[in-house]
Design a binder for this molecule. Sequence first.
Ligand SMILES: Nc1ncnc2c1ncn2[C@@H]1O[C@H](COP(=O)(O)OP(=O)(O)OP(=O)(O)O)[C@@H](O)[C@H]1O
Length: 234
Amino acid sequence: MSKHIASFSNVTKKYLGQIALNNVSFDLPRGKIIALVGPNGSGKSTILKLTAGLVHPSQGSVTVNGKTAERRIAAEVAYLSELDVLYPFFTVAETIKFNAGLFADFDEQKAQEILSFMQLDPNKKVRHLSKGNRGRLKILLALSRRAPLILLDEPLAGLDPVVRDSIIKSMISYLNLQEQTVFLSTHEVSEVEPVLDLVISVHEGQIKGMDEVDHIREQYGLSLVEWMKETLAK
Ligand SMILES: Nc1ncnc2c1ncn2[C@@H]1O[C@H](COP(=O)(O)OP(=O)(O)OP(=O)(O)O)[C@@H](O)[C@H]1O
């Protein structure tokens, strides 16, 4: 088993000639909850898409579980997009069945547990769900995978505090950190801080800092927001 669940080595990503990521290198340890933080347009989604193998580096390499990140690794990575990707004509139960058919590692029993925890109505059509319940369903689908790496792009964006809280609690309750790693992007830094192990600060396509959250609190006496501001000012 490779030591790190994912590694970026001198990765540059350009879109139509414009640089989104500039020579980025880092390794993600296994069994942790890791956040990418940084301003709009800093490159967080690009890092997650590269890790999912959905886009490819212009230069450098990305590996997941020791394999080059490309479409083929989709089976090993559970990716929650920031976009609304659910089929509106399915019910909640049909959406779960559909995903169970798509992914061999989908744990239907866990999906049922998260369904009751989230108090989602299995018979409701996706198009009739509130935005908050669509957010809950998306996280249910990601957390029900036994994939070694779970990628969550802005899982809390645009959701009210009660929904955000239920999503954070479901991460603590339903992840298996013996076997899984979570890599997420967020602007809700203070809210996720209690569940994070590691944080990476990104600005203008570059990594500005990477540290353990406990270290940031104990050694620097900073909250995550204060640490983030300091790294961005560098
Ligand atoms: N498909 C694309 N085509 C062209 N440019 C893109 C594309 N996707 C992203 N970019 C550009 O790459 C840069 C990084 O974008 P990215 O979406 O990775 O940032 P982000 O940190 O996730 O932003 P946000 O917090 O707003 O979601 C931005 O300048 C963005 O405009």
